[in-house]
Design a protein around this ligand. Structure first.
Ligand SMILES: C[S@@+](CC[C@H](N)C(=O)[O-])C[C@H]1O[C@@H](n2cnc3c(N)ncnc32)[C@H](O)[C@@H]1O
Length: 357
């Protein structure tokens, strides 16, 4: 299933291919929590990145540029790890990811859900979050269906640019359907946000590797970042110093919901999701999860296109589903208030959800 024209321009690998036929019986991905140290170990010795400029809307503010790992570089990583070897009999998640890196906009229900690419509404969410001037420090934040994780990367950028001694722990939980998205793109983007911030500069001035050539901490330039053991250790030390806990989880929404119920995990203060309401069959699971994770005073924001042509979902479907009989019976009914709208071209909105119970 292709959502041609709905993503933002990325790089030369962004070729749209014929939609892949959905598998007949889809076994949804189970919940998995990914350990940060194992994720760090799985990274290659060097990553390449490019600037992602984001327009901020609040008057008087400079726009922001974040760094984002290049998709071609993630592809190169998988090929050099041997995942492109056609003689290998059993396909792994990484060989599948290699296929999707060539066509990051193509969705295959229950197999790959588009997280390798940065979608437009995630940038809308950054613009909107910036207007709110929220304090993220000490909050529990969850991004559902994060993909490249740009709203969370923005929040982490703000945290790394802030005061490291502000006290209570900030928890940022990043969830994507595909573990390979979190490994290949989401975590590298977070490391880049740290590298480009004053938090990394403290490390640079104290104990940089004398033999390694690091790029300038300039998010407006493309570059290559060596992921040395020293750099990874400094990243982990900065997380601890800034009181930031990162959680990465993969799997279908229903599986995360079941996990949270079984572990009595507390709710979140800020719940974000962008470009996740395109498939009507998934709306019930998404709404039930959003309801479960939203604390009593939580801000729950859903950024989406008004309509996903050829797929069926969109803002109206989602708003109607919040009041559907099944959702009311499940005790998760809510109302969606539009807090931002773009009417030009394919319409886009940001909805704030008010839960009824
Ligand atoms: C089009 S991508 C959007 C990625 C990112 N939020 C953005 O805006 O750039 C849709 C995301 O929704 C998530 N997703 C879709 N259906 C899902 C499901 N049934 N269970 C869990 N995650 C799902 C995937 O993680 C995927 O990354």
């Amino acid at each position: 299933m292709s959502m041609f024209d709905f993503g933002i321009e990325e790089d030369a690998t962004d070729n749209h291919e014929e939609p892949t036929a959905p598998p007949k019986t889809v076994q949804l991905e189970p919940f998995a929590q990914l350990d940060l140290s194992q994720l760090l170990d799985s990274l290659p010795p060097l990553i390449s990145f490019s600037p992602l400029p984001i327009r901020l809307w609040a008057g008087g503010r400079d726009n922001i540029t974040l760094s984002r790992r290049d998709l071609f570089d993630a592809r190169f990583q998988l090929i050099s790890e041997g995942h492109g070897d056609e003689s290998s009999s059993k396909p792994t998640p990484s060989t599948a990811a290699l296929g999707f890196l060539d066509a990051p906009s193509d969705l295959v229900p229950g197999v790959y859900e588009g997280g390798l690419k940065t979608w437009e509404c995630s940038l809308d969410l950054v613009g909107y979050l910036d207007t709110l001037d929220l304090h993220f420090s000490g909050k529990r934040i969850l991004e559902i269906g994060c993909g490249t994780g740009i709203p969370s990367v923005f929040i982490l950028h703000r945290l790394f640019c802030g005061d490291s001694t502000s006290g209570s722990e900030t928890h940022v939980h990043l969830q994507d359907y595909n573990a390979s998205v979190l490994e290949l793109i989401t975590l590298p983007n977070i490391i880049l946000a740290w590298y480009m911030s004053p938090a990394e500069q403290e490390y640079r001035s104290s104990e940089s590797d004398p033999d390694t050539e690091y790029p300038p901490a300039d998010p407006t330039a493309s570059g290559e970042l060596p992921l040395t053991p020293t750099l990874k250790a400094a990243f982990v030390a900065s997380l601890s110093k800034y009181g930031i806990k990162l959680t990465f989880s993969s799997g279908a929404w229903g599986s995360l919901h079941a996990h949270l119920e079984s572990t009595s995990e507390p709710s979140y203060d800020l719940v974000l999701t962008s470009e996740t309401v395109y498939r009507t069959e998934s709306l019930h699971a998404l709404i039930a999860l959003l309801h479960r994770v939203s604390g009593p005073n939580a801000m729950c924001l859903v950024a989406a296109k008004v309509l996903y042509f050829g797929v069926g979902g969109g803002v109206s479907e989602f708003s109607a589903a919040l009041q559907s009989k099944a959702i009311i019976q499940a005790g998760c009914a809510g109302k969606a208030e539009s807090v931002w709208e773009r009417k030009v071209g394919v319409g886009r909105k940001i909805l704030r959800i008010q839960w009824e119970a």
